[in-house]
Design a protein around this ligand. Structure first.
Ligand SMILES: Cc1ncc(COP(=O)(O)O)c(C=O)c1O
Length: 376
């Protein structure tokens, strides 16, 4: 028995759409790019969408478009995927971390203001595991201090807070389409904004700095090749058209986990925060704070030994070796993040996970808890 951590949900419709592009001469910068961008902008409810080849490229281009440069600081969370912080560093700016709220796992709005300096240019909140909890408060703080919000929505396609979609909180926001995400394009990302100038800048930057209407060999600025091919876009169009079905399937899988683990007080299961309609990205349970890292890792090993892929989500960003070397961070700098990181277990989670498979995972988890938590 092998149960992967994640698995894309590709139907015949996606396969046909990709094959159809392969029968045309337009494999890149063709009609599917414009169609995917238009459909995405409409779904999120923003004026412009700019497709790029990854979420990371998207975040980096937002930095450049917003004029974030060496000497600037961007406030973000250390409990995230590494690209949130590295995209700031790629622009030459400094990520300034703020610890997380232990309930929402998102950047703690109550701790942001003390980290704002004259150098702060933007706040980059991340909808961790798909939850936009606290984003209304974060936006209020940004407004009060006249700071731009760049929203890392890479994990949150389809989530809402009080009826407002993830991806509509920031001046710019970015989604990602790696195969473990709610929808996939193989690799890919999307920048969203209501500002035409910012969007036009990203269109130029993703395409070697070419200008509107200019020739293939005319370059107005230093640019990159961060284009998303029409093959990827065709896949994305079909996936996006299925987002309601995908969201519902994932909600059902989350519900099975919640029900089957409800009777075990050794694990805290995630639930939807008040006011949030979460489009589930991953399903991460948490162990009690007193559980040691060795015990948690023993549980991961025991489950992997049964063919069940599990993971620790995340590893603290500030304690990655290159971060420690560059900024001198040390253990204890962000205690909530560090405590949560050592107690998380991401369970297998994808659209087509069956109820029987969820039961197998829960049984294996309970057995692993029995074996590894004897001491507590
Ligand atoms: C929070 C967050 N930010 C950024 C990214 C980067 O996206 P990509 O892997 O497409 O570059 C991811 C993707 O895993 C993510 O989860």
């Amino acid at each position: 028995m092998q149960i992967p951590l994640s698995r894309p949900d590709i139907t015949e419709k996606e396969i046909e759409a990709v094959c159809a592009v392969l029968r045309t001469p337009n494999l890149s910068l063709g009609p599917k790019l414009a169609e995917f961008e238009a459909a995405f902008a409409e779904y999120i409810g923003r004026k412009r969408a700019v497709a790029v080849n990854s979420g990371t490229s998207g975040l980096f281009l937002c930095m450049l478009a917003l004029g974030i440069a060496p000497g600037d600081e961007v406030v973000t969370t250390p409990f995230t995927f590494i690209a949130s912080a590295t995209s700031i560093m790629m622009a030459g700016a400094t990520p300034v971390f703020v610890d997380i709220d232990p309930a929402s796992l998102n950047i703690d709005p109550a701790k942001i203001e003390s980290k704002i300096t004259e150098k702060t240019k933007a706040i980059m909140p991340v909808e961790v595991f798909g939850s936009p909890a606290g984003f209304d408060k974060i936006c209020e703080i940004a407004q009060k201090h006249n700071l731009t919000v760049l929203e890392d929505s890479c994990e949150a396609l389809g989530s809402e807070l009080n009826g407002k979609k993830a991806g509509t909180f920031g001046t710019m926001s970015v989604f990602a389409f790696y195969p473990n995400k709610q929808i996939t394009t193989g690799e890919g990302g999307m920048i969203l904004t209501d500002d035409d100038d910012l969007a036009d800048m990203c269109v130029s930057l993703r395409n070697q700095g070419r200008g509107k209407g200019g020739g293939w060999l005319d370059h107005e600025r230093l640019g990159y090749n961060f284009r998303l091919s029409d093959i990827n876009c065709a896949l994305g169009i079909v996936q996006l058209s299925r987002i309601d079905e995908i969201k519902a399937k994932r909600k059902q899988v989350a519900k099975w986990y919640q029900e089957m683990l409800a009777d075990d007080d050794r694990v805290a299961v995630p639930t939807e925060p008040v006011g949030c309609d979460v489009s589930w990205f991953v399903f991460v349970v948490r162990l009690a704070e007193k559980v040691t890292l060795q015990q948690r890792d023993g549980i991961l090993e025991a489950m992997r030994g049964k063919g069940i892929q599990v993971a620790n989500y995340f590893s603290p960003v500030h304690l990655q070796p290159f971060m420690v070397e560059k900024y001198g961070y040390k253990k204890g700098d962000f205690p909530v993040t560090e405590s949560v990181c050592k107690s998380t277990i991401a369970l297998p989670f994808y659209n087509n996970l069956t109820k029987d498979e969820v039961a197998i995972v829960c049984k294996a988890l309970k057995e692993a808890l029995d074996k590894n938590l004897l001491a507590i």
